[in-house]
Design a protein around this ligand. Structure first.
Ligand SMILES: *[C@@H]1O[C@H](CO)[C@@H](O)[C@H](O)[C@H]1NC(C)=O
Ligand SMILES: *[C@@H]1O[C@H](CO)[C@@H](O)[C@H](O)[C@H]1NC(C)=O
Length: 572
């Protein structure tokens, strides 16, 4: 609905028909007895047995891999090192050995490992073992049920050993979490307030003791709700026992609805807390990462984790200097007037504004399986335009990830991370009401300040690769939900019409791209490191000066632009 080239990508039939069984459950028969032996061995500190088992495990794993080489399995992720069996432990269904395990046993293990010759030293160099908890799919009628007592309630980690970067600070943009929750800082959040947000919500989510319950009010457009919930379930898999109880309303529609002005003044009531994907300066909706981070099956947009790696590679294919020296945009123009206006800046016989803009041919794209829309092959212009559609566009991250200079046409909306971007440092601001001239100047500026232009492109792609990688997206969700739950003035209970939701009930029975993307974005086990450390709220003065710096940079660019055209008029 509101991205660039892929807007209106409603072609269910295409992706459904490409249904393919990507998912293969790991053979419990081979793994689990051996794994339980590992646990037993560890707890008895019977070192010889342990290494024998690990050795056997490696052998079994390798032979299984050879037999099964053509079929991706659920714990396979090409980008992850967790395939190494010596470093991976899968958890057994119904048993919870980790909570009872004392850290000292791990210490002991590491210590003894050092005394053993060759093979064990290889193991000793590895980081501590990862725990994997495969999906526990049940065939037949029960595919929609959640396994009871399967997930560990809590994983005890010995911090010194596991959390190498425990004290890592969260990115600066996390500070906006405090701002977004400020309207309830004094009042707290009552159940009545939550219920008052029901008016437009697609679903209500309750988390109780690490389990998720959802009451659906209205199905969302495409699979937005599905992948948003999937993301929250993965957060629960990533940080078991860490997420507090909570109760929230989520609206999957584009536009923010909680008007600031309706909730200000002396007699104002507290606003309804409502989660959605974007907000703007006149609304109080709480921003949350959008569904596309876990995949967008309708138009074959992969989960962000794997896409980010492809984008990184795609970025290296053509050096900035060898890219087309124009500003590129491709998208669906009819969703917004401002996009129709952008089309006027296209090159023609009479005029060249340095823009090359294209309207997406939806039908053709879907027939060709979106080959023309391969995001990783789109870093071939020095400048790329970001322009909002009907609201914010999920394409911002894909465009910023190219180290081309992003031209941001003055946006109205923000999503959870865009407030962390600085004009002229991360992107180049383009005037909304004078796009063509603004683009013309920006391209000329960049082509004559190549070093500076490349720095802007790099700052953006670094931001995306570092501060917006999946780890950080999960940490943002973690901190937002944690801070939100601190405001709740009641103990959440399971709504009458809610159903329990778990990764099993969503993924086991799904198919096609939906299944593929769920498997690809599934969190395989508890994170070995803690969430990053949440930064404190902005001091009011610091926030003011930050906003002023942003405004000033935009004004500065406008001034340069005026000077450029005045100069041209004086010296034609
Ligand atoms: C599945 O459910 C139907 C009714 O809901 C029942 O008649 C059938 O026996 C069930 N099948 C299995 C394999 O449990
Ligand atoms: C913009 O111009 C290019 C080159 O002439 C053309 O191929 C393209 O279709 C034009 N875009 C639109 C939206 O008309």
């Amino acid at each position: 609905m509101q991205n660039d080239w892929y807007d209106e990508g409603n072609s269910n039939s295409v992706w459904r028909s490409r249904s393919k069984e990507f998912y293969r459950r790991f053979s419990d028969k081979i793994w689990l007895p051996l794994l339980s032996a590992v646990f037993t061995a560890t707890s008895r500190s019977s070192v010889r047995l342990l290494f024998f088992v690990i050795f056997m495990l490696a052998a079994v794993f390798l032979s299984t891999r050879l037999l099964d080489a053509t079929v991706p399995t659920i714990i396979e992720n090409p980008s992850s090192s967790s395939l190494d069996p010596t470093n991976t432990v899968q958890i057994q269904p119904t048993v919870d050995p980790l909570t009872s395990k004392k850290p000292s046993e791990n210490d002991q293990r590491t210590k003894t490992v050092k005394n053993e010759p060759t093979i064990t030293q290889v193991i000793a160099k590895k980081p501590p073992k990862k725990i994997e908890i495969p999906l526990k799919c049940i065939s037949g009628n029960l595919t929609k049920t959640c396994p009871a007592d399967y997930y560990p309630k809590k994983i005890e980690r010995h911090d010194e050993e596991y959390t190498s970067d425990a004290s890592q600070n969260c990115p600066e943009y996390f500070r906006w979490i405090h701002e977004d929750l400020k309207p309830w800082k004094e009042t707290g959040i009552t159940e009545e307030m939550v219920l008052s947000a029901k008016r437009t919500a697609n679903f209500r989510l309750v988390i109780l003791n690490g389990r998720a319950y959802v009451e659906t009010y209205e199905k969302s457009f495409q699979s937005r709700d599905v992948f948003t919930l999937w993301g929250i379930l993965q957060l629960l898999r990533r940080y078991p026992g860490k997420l507090p109880d909570l109760d929230l309303m989520f609206d999957c529609v584009d536009w923010p609805v909680i008007l600031k002005k309706s909730y200000s003044g002396p007699d104002a009531v507290a606003p309804p807390p409502l989660f959605r994907y974007c907000s703007d300066d006149s609304t109080l909706d709480i921003v949350f990462p959008d569904w596309s981070f876990w995949g967008w099956p309708e138009i074959n947009i992969k989960p962000w984790g794997s896409l980010l790696k492809e984008l990184e590679e795609g970025n290296t294919r053509t050096k900035w200097i060898d890219r087309e020296p124009y500003a590129y945009w491709k998208g669906n123009p009819i969703v917004a007037e401002t996009r129709m206006d952008l089309l006027k800046c296209n090159v023609s016989d009479k005029q060249d504004w340095n823009a090359r803009v294209y309207a997406q041919d939806w039908l053709k794209e879907s027939q060709q399986g979106y080959k023309q829309s391969d995001l990783a092959s789109q870093c071939v212009h020095r400048y790329k335009i970001y322009i909002e559609g009907s609201a914010w566009s999920v394409s911002d991250k894909y465009i910023l990830a190219c180290d081309s200079v992003t031209f941001v046409v003055k946006p109205r909306y923000y999503d959870f991370f865009t407030r962390g971007l600085m004009p002229v440092h991360h992107y180049w601001p383009i005037k909304e009401d004078d796009k063509c001239r603004s683009i013309k100047f920006a391209v000329d500026w960049g082509n004559s300040h190549k070093q500076k232009a490349q720095e802007i492109g790099k700052a953006a792609s670094n931001f995306i690769q570092e501060e917006l990688k999946m780890d950080k997206v999960y940490d943002y969700m973690f901190h937002l939900l944690t801070e939100y739950s601190k405001l709740l003035k009641y103990k959440p209970t399971i709504p009458e019409k809610a159903v329990e939701l778990c990764s099993e009930s969503m993924a086991c029975s799904s198919e096609g791209f939906e299944k593929q993307f769920m498997m690809e974005s599934m969190i395989k086990g508890p994170s070995p490191i803690n969430p990053c450390t949440m930064p404190p709220p902005y001091e009011p003065q610091a926030l003011k000066s930050l906003l002023r710096r942003k405004t000033d940079s935009v004004l500065q660019v406008e001034k340069w632009e005026r000077g450029y055209f005045e100069n041209q008029n004086n010296n034609p």
